[in-house]
Ligand binder design. Structure first.
Ligand SMILES: Cc1cc2nc3c(=O)[nH]c(=O)nc-3n(C[C@H](O)[C@H](O)[C@H](O)COP(=O)(O)OP(=O)(O)OC[C@H]3O[C@@H](n4cnc5c(N)ncnc54)[C@H](O)[C@@H]3O)c2cc1C
Length: 449
């Protein structure tokens, strides 16, 4: 083993593998509580799938998610560690739904009711569907052995309303409505209101720079370009992590290890033989990663008359297209002058995560874009098409199929979107998960004196 870079030690209270939202939030919370933490990230960029990188010199693009809910758990973490709110750009009209050839604004209060009423074929149908949905949201949740699609079909055969619930499932987790357990979907809808939301000025990497300042300001360390290659263990506990840093093997001891990388990769780093076969089988059965595709296209013409996001009805009115976000109509610093860029997000064939037909999915979404954006063929250039799947999915699992953040080894924790609590998903779920993991560590392990 060689030694660590000069500013690092060989022993920490808590070593965090990965600098995604879960990793950075848990590191900030623990550093704030007096633990000596090390965050080790294999890339040169912080933030994982919720970050911002430079593309073709002139663009700042997301590495995954980019919508930030400004009053929820991510913000709570910032507050807990003494940071201010992130600099936010909130669109005046955040959300519209397109169906039946028109665009309907989703109001920030009573949005579900408004959209369902607009889609319903009669006042009686609107009343029936809204009562069922609001009754469920108020606590009478449907069972999880029904999918969201099966549950809504009990109340209506209206194809627009069916499509609306496909859009909701896609927005919550990139899952199909035929995959998401109904009870968990409703719980997640209740827990993850769409509003208020916005874009962080300069991209969501700004959030990670803020967290990094809190971590380092309290004596924690962050090292980029450090890939964990082994989690060492003995006597049923983890002892530390071996990193590959520029081709050198570096070992760090830790009282506790938090893994912000997918649970299956974490198990591989520890060695499968250290886990009971039943636990591994259960993990394999449970986790269901969600794949998705994204198209980023640019135009010199402003294509939409509002600054938020427009949602479609995937699998019902569009082949795949779920939403188009007006990425930089508000933040002009993200692109070269005079250029607007737009980002689509869409599900892929549900259940095809391990085996996505990239060409087919690309063709389907481009057909959708030609239909939905009249100027697409004439005015727009596709900057990039990205498929998120396999080891880099939209989410490491869909809501309802998560694993416990406490691993079978008492001082090894999972933190990230595979172990968020019921009713959470995405970046905010990871922030909530980080609060829980930090809480467990504070209860069970004291920082070294
Ligand atoms: C296209 C897309 C759109 C999305 N849209 C939204 C949205 O609008 N809102 C929302 O809330 N969520 C959204 N999400 C989901 C959200 O981005 C993720 O749920 C969240 O960012 C996952 O964070 P995480 O804590 O699991 O860590 P990850 O982001 O998975 O980060 C893990 C980190 O670990 C590092 N790493 C991996 N292996 C190693 C190793 N061996 N050693 C060291 N480091 C390692 C990785 O490089 C990475 O930086 C979206 C995701 C995608 C992909």
């Amino acid at each position: 083993m060689t030694t660590l870079p000069a500013n690092l030690s060989s022993r920490y209270d808590v070593v965090i593998i990965g600098s995604g939202v879960g990793g950075m939030c848990s590191a900030a919370l623990l550093a704030n509580a007096g633990y000596r933490v090390l965050v080790a990230e294999k890339l040169q960029l912080l933030g994982g799938r919720f970050s911002t990188h430079r593309f073709k010199d002139d663009y700042l693009l997301n590495t995954g998610g980019n919508v930030y809910c400004s009053n929820r758990y991510f913000y709570q973490v910032l507050q807990e560690v003494g940071l201010p709110q992130a600099p936010l750009l909130e669109p005046e009209i955040p959300l519209k739904y397109r169906f039946g050839g028109r665009d309907v604004i989703m109001p920030q209060r009573g949005g579900l009711k408004t959209i369902i009423r607009e889609m319903a074929r009669s006042a009686e149908e609107a009343e029936r569907v809204t009562s069922m949905v609001y009754d469920a949201l108020q606590g009478n949740e449907p069972p999880d052995n029904l999918t969201l699609e099966e549950w809504i079909a009990q109340c209506t055969d209206n194809q627009l309303i069916r499509g609306f619930f496909w859009a909701i499932a896609a927005n919550l987790s990139s899952a199909g409505a035929n995959e998401m357990p109904a009870g968990t979907a409703i719980h997640t809808m209740k827990n993850s209101p769409s509003f208020p939301y916005g874009w962080v000025k300069g991209g969501v990497i700004t959030l990670h720079h803020m967290l990094a300042s809190a971590i380092e300001g309290r004596g924690g360390a962050i090292v980029k370009g450090a890939k964990a290659v082994e989690i060492t263990a003995s006597n049923g506990r983890v002892d530390g992590v071996v990193f590959d840093v520029e081709g050198r093997s570096v070992e760090v001891q830790a009282q506790v290890v938090i893994s912000n990388i997918p649970p299956r990769d974490t198990v591989a780093l520890v060695g499968e033989d250290r886990f009971a076969p039943e636990y591994l089988a259960e993990m394999r059965r449970t986790l269901r990663p969600a794949a998705g595709m994204e198209v980023i296209f640019v135009s010199e013409k402003k294509l939409f008359d509002f600054d938020g996001c427009i949602c479609f009805l995937p699998m019902v009115e569009t082949r795949r297209l779920g939403q188009i976000e007006m990425m930089n109509q508000l933040d002009r610093s993200l692109s070269p002058p005079g250029v607007y860029y737009y980002l689509t997000l869409q599900i892929v064939e549900p259940g095809s995560h391990e085996n996505v037909d990239r060409e087919l999915e690309r063709r389907l979404v481009l057909e959708d874009l030609r239909e939905q954006v009249p100027e697409f063929e004439r005015e727009c250039e596709v900057l990039t098409v990205r498929l998120y799947h396999k080891s880099r999915p939209i989410m490491n699992t869909i809501p309802g199929f998560v694993i416990d953040p406490q691993s079978p080894l008492p001082n090894l924790f999972f933190c990230g979107d595979a172990s968020v609590p019921r009713g959470f998903s995405g970046s905010d779920g990871c922030a909530r998960n980080a609060q829980i993991v930090a809480g467990l560590i504070k209860e069970r392990f004291a920082p070294a004196a």
